[in-house]
Ligand binder design. Structure first.
Ligand code: SF4
Ligand code: SF4
Length: 202
């Protein structure tokens, strides 16, 4: 049985994680890949709940930020990666700012999203959120910045929510918030190279 190392080291695995990860190859592989994405020391979390108390989306999450951290302490990385909570997180950083133990929860959520995406663990309820995310990335890659009209068009084609927020569109258009003929930025090629180097699938 593997014993815990120093709790102060950012790379140290919580002792429960080391024991649990040994239980199955799949969970061990997932855990090791997850640790490539983040070196956060989850053993530092004391389950004080300050992150959840400040999170604006906590009431809609299936796992609160505190429980996500607890899952990771227990080595249940797949449970955390399959949660809907990680897709509801808007990376506002409130949790990270409030944490007295300096655990970067927002980055942890980001790493879990990346792990879920790589392994097809996305929660079924995240479909629309992912569609929006992919539409946004496609627009930024194409134009070098956000453009509302192509973003909404891409989102609706992906989700078939053709009538969602339909009455909002004319108001936004007449207030100059939506431009039908979006232009690229001057350095759009540099942005595309960033996407190409990142290997982000759209
Ligand atoms: S605020 Fe920090 S220490 Fe408290 S529960 Fe959240 S992650 Fe853990
Ligand atoms: S970063 Fe995510 S988990 Fe943290 S407070 Fe904001 S929405 Fe909640």
């Amino acid at each position: 049985m593997t014993r815990a190392t120093s709790l102060g080291s950012p790379r140290a695995k919580p002792f429960i994680v080391e024991q649990t990860a040994a239980a199955g190859d799949q969970s061990t592989r997932l855990w090791e890949e997850f640790r490539q994405l983040t070196s956060e020391n989850f053993a530092r979390c004391t389950q004080c709940g300050r992150c959840t108390a400040g999170c604006p989306l906590a009431s809609d999450m299936d796992l609160s930020p505190t429980r996500v951290l607890r899952s990771l302490q227990l080595g249940q990385v797949e449970r955390a990666a399959r949660s809907l909570a990680i897709w509801f997180c808007v990376s506002c950083q409130v949790c990270t700012t409030r944490c007295p133990q300096e655990v970067d929860i927002a980055h942890t959520m980001d790493s879990l999203r990346e792990l879920a995406r790589r392994h097809g663990l996305e929660h079924p309820g995240s479909r629309d959120i992912l569609s929006f995310h992919r539409s946004l990335l496609a627009v930024v890659r194409r134009y070098g910045r956000l453009r509302e009209f192509p973003l909404v068009r891409g989102y609706k084609l992906r989700t078939w929510h053709f009538f969602q927020d339909l009455l909002v569109a004319p108001r936004l258009f007449f207030r100059g918030k939506i431009h039908l003929l979006p232009k690229e930025i001057a350095a759009v090629e540099a942005v595309r190279q960033v996407f190409a180097r990142s290997g982000v699938p759209l």
